[in-house]
Design a protein around this ligand. Structure first.
Ligand SMILES: Nc1ncnc2c1ncn2[C@@H]1O[C@H](COP(=O)(O)OP(=O)(O)O)[C@@H](O)[C@H]1O
Ligand SMILES: [Mg+2]
Length: 292
């Protein structure tokens, strides 16, 4: 059984987070190789693969090429997570679907030019397709001019959310699931704060990550998020090879969903217990066994 780990041309051997994954796969008899995603016409992509399954791992350049990325996903015979899941999850408007499904989510509106229902206090304007905090702006209460200018500059729809200020001292908690089962968690410091620094490439803000042991409320909320999402998608939890549920505290301290990552999540192997790569590998093998 062979698996291709999908990455982007600028990271031909992944972004480092998955360094122990090929070894963990090999330990249970699954061969793996990195595969650079992209259209057949690009010279720096890999088009030939004899893999039984392609697993999305570090395709970090997709936000700039979302339509192209989606059609590539659709061209892959067997992809994890599946192309239909990717399609729904690429556009953060999926948060509105989850709100309608009753999940506790950071209040979210989708704004297009002319939008004027800005939240009362501080708020955030960020692209609907995005990663690495790129294009996310924290706006002071009442500064509608800055918000409208940022929205126009994004050149497409944006999400508008009240700023959840407790993130500044509590941070964000990411709960990672493999094959629908909880594996581990880590925290990420607030990103829209003055002391954040940009990586030398200018591509992303440097993240401050740490190990975490989530409390019962976060565990329960993350489970509810996965149940709601799989219900909306019409798939089984086991059909999600990996999922990351990012939670931040709401005004009353209750955990709220900030993002459900089903496309390129950093799974935080470097912050997890040493068993995490093996748990991921066994979820991959379970997906292989499930193949038609
Ligand atoms: N409504 C919000 N309240 C507080 N912080 C936010 C909010 N939206 C975004 N952030 C901050 O911005 C970062 C990036 O936003 P996020 O929605 O996670 O997009 P992405 O990680 O895909 O770029 C988050 O990790 C968080 O620190
Ligand atoms: Mg995020």
């Amino acid at each position: 059984m062979k698996v291709a780990l999908a990455t982007c041309a600028s990271l031909p051997a992944g972004d480092g987070d998955d360094a122990d994954v090929p070894g963990a796969l090999a330990d249970i008899g699954v061969e793996s190789a990195w595969l650079r995603w992209g259209p057949e016409t690009d010279t720096d992509t890999d088009t030939d693969t004899d893999a039984d399954l392609v697993v999305l791992r570090s395709t970090w350049d997709y936000p700039e090429r979302a339509a192209e990325f989606l059609s590539w996903c659709e061209s892959v015979p067997v992809l994890a997570n599946p192309a239909g899941v990717v399609k729904w999850n690429l556009d953060k408007a999926y948060l509105v679907d989850l709100i309608e499904a009753g999940v506790p989510v950071v209040p979210t509106a989708v704004a297009t030019p002319g939008f004027d229902a800005w939240p009362e206090g501080e708020f955030v304007v960020k692209p609907t397709v995005g990663a690495g905090s790129r294009g996310a702006l924290r706006v002071a209460a009442g500064d509608h001019e800055a918000a409208a200018a940022h929205l126009a500059g994004l050149g497409g729809p944006a999400l508008v959310q009240p700023y959840q200020a407790d993130v500044d001292h509590v941070g964000e908690t990411a709960l990672v699931f493999f094959g629908g089962r909880y594996s581990h968690a880590f925290t990420k410091g607030a990103m829209l704060v003055p002391d954040t620094v940009t990586d030398p490439t200018g591509l992303y803000l440097v993240e401050r990550l740490d190990r975490a042991e989530p409390d019962a409320a976060r565990r329960r909320t993350a489970e509810d998020v996965l149940d709601a999402a799989t219900g909306l998608l019409g798939v089984r939890r086991a059909d999600l090879l990996y999922a990351r549920v990012d939670l931040i505290p709401g005004v009353d301290g209750r955990p709220l969903l900030l993002e459900l990552e089903l496309v390129e999540p950093s799974l935080g192997f470097g912050l997890a217990d040493p068993g995490a790569p093996a748990r991921f590998a066994s979820a991959v093998r379970a997906a292989l066994v499930d193949l038609p």
